[in-house]
Write a protein that binds this ligand. Structure first.
Ligand code: CU
Length: 310
């Protein structure tokens, strides 16, 4: 891994759109470097020798007008021909449709079935099969957000009252991090998401698992479930139980996700405890109240319940 190859790097592209963008970025960088060197050489010549030709009319016309005109026009043509049509053409024939709603401050995710009805819901993470075009339908529940997973594609805003569509395609197995790219309030910087690309068979297996209701062995987690139903069910759904709230993320398979709190904490038992009791400290202003009044036993049992919802 080199310095450019992070999970959120636009210079480590993992899909066709991102490849185009990275190519354009390198071209701009290389071109700008060349021009910078050229200008510095001219400056050095101007200082040391003061030749006549440097201040002649033709140098000014060529260097100050024709050269930028040609370079900028070429860039314009390149970006119109190269990047933009891809972005538009990619809107055809997706094999999978995922709806993503920007919330304050997390991502609500729904996988749609063939009739475009929600099949199951998740949050802050999308899984996709490798090599398959996936259509994203981007909406917002409140203000402007912007969906940006740099290794896969450029940004697209989530605009109130609109559905913006675009297609991503992951050309290799991997896990990438994205982030809201439009300031949306205090915890905007804590609004991350993950895209995880897996081989088709593994993806299908995951999808089957997500479709299923929560499976918790009868008799286990009775105490945790009771705490959950008393305190959390107004806002959270756990399919297969009486918890059907929709204000917060669907928690049916919460333990199967990479992070909790939209990238704030890793996903494990102690993170659940910390999130539940001190989420307002971890992510100030978020729309879940902190449950610091729960007893140690209640906290532990509800965290253990969630950690088993995989
Ligand atoms: Cu934001």
């Amino acid at each position: 891994m080199n310095a450019l190859d992070g999970p959120q790097s636009a210079l480590a592209p993992a899909g066709p759109e991102a490849h185009d963008i990275a190519r354009t970025a390198w071209m701009l960088f290389g071109g700008a470097a060349l021009i910078f060197v050229l200008v510095m050489v001219l400056v050095a010549i101007a200082i040391s020798r003061r030749p006549r030709w440097l201040s002649s009319r033709s140098t000014v016309v060529v260097g100050g007008f024709l050269f930028p005109l040609v370079v900028l026009s070429a860039l314009l043509v390149d970006s119109l021909l190269g990047v933009q049509p891809r972005l538009l053409a990619s809107v055809v024939r997706p094999e999978l449709v995922v709806e993503i709603v920007g919330e304050q401050w997390w991502w609500r995710v729904a996988y749609l079935d063939d009739r475009e009805q929600p099949e199951f819901a998740t949050a802050n993470e999308i899984r996709v099969p490798v090599g398959v075009p996936v259509e994203l339908r981007l909406k917002t529940a409140d203000v402007l957000h912007s969906f940006w997973v740099p290794p896969l594609a450029g940004k697209l805003d989530m605009v109130p009252g609109r559905t913006n569509r675009f297609v991503i395609l992951a050309d290799r197995v991997g896990s990438w991090r994205g982030q809201c790219a439009e300031y949306c309030g205090a915890a905007h910087a804590h609004m991350a998401l993950y895209v995880i690309a897996r081989p088709a068979s593994e993806f299908e297996q995951w999808r089957r698992g997500q479709r299923a209701d929560a499976s918790v062995a009868a008799g286990s987690h009775d105490a945790g479930r009771a705490v959950f139903e008393a305190n959390c069910a107004v806002c959270h759904t756990v399919r297969g139980t009486d918890a059907t709230g929709v204000r917060g993320p669907d928690l049916t398979h919460v333990a199967s996700r990479t992070s909790i709190g939209a990238g704030v904490l890793p996903n494990d038992f102690s993170s659940f405890e910390r999130w539940i009791s001190s989420n307002q400290h971890l992510k100030p202003g978020n729309l879940m109240p902190a449950f610091d009044q729960l007893t140690q036993d209640e906290l532990r049992s509800v965290a253990a319940y969630l950690a088993d919802l995989d």
